[in-house]
Design a protein around this ligand. Sequence first.
Ligand SMILES: [Zn+2]
Length: 313
Amino acid sequence: MARQQQDELVFVALGGVGEIGMNMAAYGFGPERSRKWIVVDCGVTFGGPEQPGIELIMADPSFLEEIADDVLALVLTHCHEDHYGAVLDLWPAFERPVYCTAFTAAMLAAKRASDNIVDNVTVRPMQVGKPFTVGPFTIEAINVAHSIPESCALLISTPVGRAVHTGDWKLDPHPIIAKPTDTERFGQIGADTSTPIALVCDSTNALKDGTSPSEDEVAATLAALIAESPHRVVLTTFASNVGRVVSIARAAEKAGRQVVLSGRALHRISGIARELGMLEGVPPFLDQDEYKSIPRSKVVLLCTGSQGEARAA
Ligand SMILES: [Zn+2]
């Protein structure tokens, strides 16, 4: 059979390879001239000193526009900006359903509301361990630990081969409010030799030697520091690191302090997390207006701007 007519599984990196951010990939299945595609992630990267005046950069959508009729879905591994920040901008290029977990869907809805985006993005639920089929692709979300809730790796299966697309991951035996990376499932997938398999794996600093501390070690250190502080405590973190926010809230409660949130993103994301039941047992957070009325030894101020962003809000 001519090669052109054979079914193949192909991978196209649209962004995020050899660079930090802007993660976006496409998997195609079928003969060369009539492939069906799924897109995995759709992120942005931030302009640096080399791009004066530019705040956000996203993948070039021209390839997507070329294959638009054959794109079946967009699947999101998690909702860090470098994996989902361009969804609302690039979705009109193909207008296909977006598969993601409940937390990512809520974050996407909040982003739509705050940016006044009118496009009605079709969102389909994705749950860990419940594979779903999109055209010739079967996709299974696998739990991975990361610094944001509900991060998933994807097992993408087709009749000619499979790919494990890891997304961002960490081997943390004790993450806060999340389950550890499902190494057992990865082992099973690796042991199945029925069809060829590729590992598409990229995570910031994954090539550095050594181990990262577990999130529960960070929680213990934070608790000790907060307990021994005599005066005000001010902390900053990524607003999306809900596990870290919970660690801070628990440490504050133990030390007899209330947590005041300062920053739009912290309010928005902790609101979503509370609605989805991720903050069970965590006392309500206070707004910054209440900060001045609480004695300095009874408060923890939690702020956005952890990367020194000039306009963090
Ligand atoms: Zn990430």
